[in-house]
Design a protein around this ligand. Structure first.
Ligand SMILES: Cc1cc2nc3c(=O)[nH]c(=O)nc-3n(C[C@H](O)[C@H](O)[C@H](O)COP(=O)(O)O)c2cc1C
Length: 199
């Protein structure tokens, strides 16, 4: 059996902390090691939207033994090097500030540096951008990323499956993002999808 390479999860300061929570929980449930980088703004949004400190959630995830959290200011972290073996990266949620920095090729925090490395090493990079409405600047930046092969998975609801809770929409987006990353949803996720399907 081949060893599962870690996935880098970048969490930036856009609205949608639940999306990050779902993606990370799902990766851990699938026994995928996670290298975690949260920006300072992500921690603020997390507390505001989920009414709990980021550190408390990280401590809970740590029980899995599969999580390594990195300081976003530490450019000397293992994951900052292209020779450190990882499968790919997902940025969820992705702020327009981070989208702009990615489009410009900036690497002035660890999240951006790892995204830059992910691209130079031709690994999969998925972003889940969150803003509304989108300006032409946002759209131009997203287009530049898409043209470089970055997968863009906006958190758009699965109306056709008639979701009745936010959790169902969050689950759907998280699963779509993991499919874009090349990691299939787990069996129970598939079953949840079935339960939501139109008759
Ligand atoms: C509660 C809250 C919600 C925010 N929601 C968004 C958002 O949905 N999209 C976005 O692009 N920025 C949003 N922002 C602004 C970003 O956090 C801000 O631009 C920040 O500098 C992004 O930095 P980062 O990408 O390094 O995390 C939000 C800020 C706060 C405090």
């Amino acid at each position: 059996m081949t060893k599962q390479l870690p996935v880098v999860v970048g969490v930036s300061g856009a609205s949608g902390a639940q999306l990050a929570e779902r993606v990370i929980s799902r990766l851990l449930a699938q026994h995928v090691p996670v290298e975690l980088i949260a920006t300072p703004s992500a921690r603020i949004v997390w507390r505001q939207e989920l009414e709990q400190p980021w550190a408390e959630q990280v401590a809970r995830w740590s029980a899995s033994g599969l999580i390594t959290e990195h300081n976003p200011n530490n450019q000397a972290a293992t994951v900052a090097s292209g020779s450190y073996p990882v499968y790919g990266m997902i940025i969820v949620p992705c702020s327009m500030g981070t989208v702009a920095a990615l489009a410009a090729g900036l690497a002035n925090n660890l999240l951006l540096r790892v995204a830059d490395v992910t691209q130079k090493e031709s690994r999969r990079l998925v972003v889940v951008p969150r803003e509304t409405p989108l300006s032409t600047v946002h759209l131009e930046n997203l287009l530049r990323l898409a043209q470089r092969g970055v997968r863009i998975v906006p958190p758009m609801p699965n109306f056709y499956q008639r979701p009745t809770t936010v959790a169902q929409v969050v689950d759907f987006v998280a699963a779509r993002a993991l499919v874009a990353l090349g990691l299939s949803p787990s069996l129970d996720q598939e079953q949840q999808w079935q339960g939501l399907e139109l008759e």
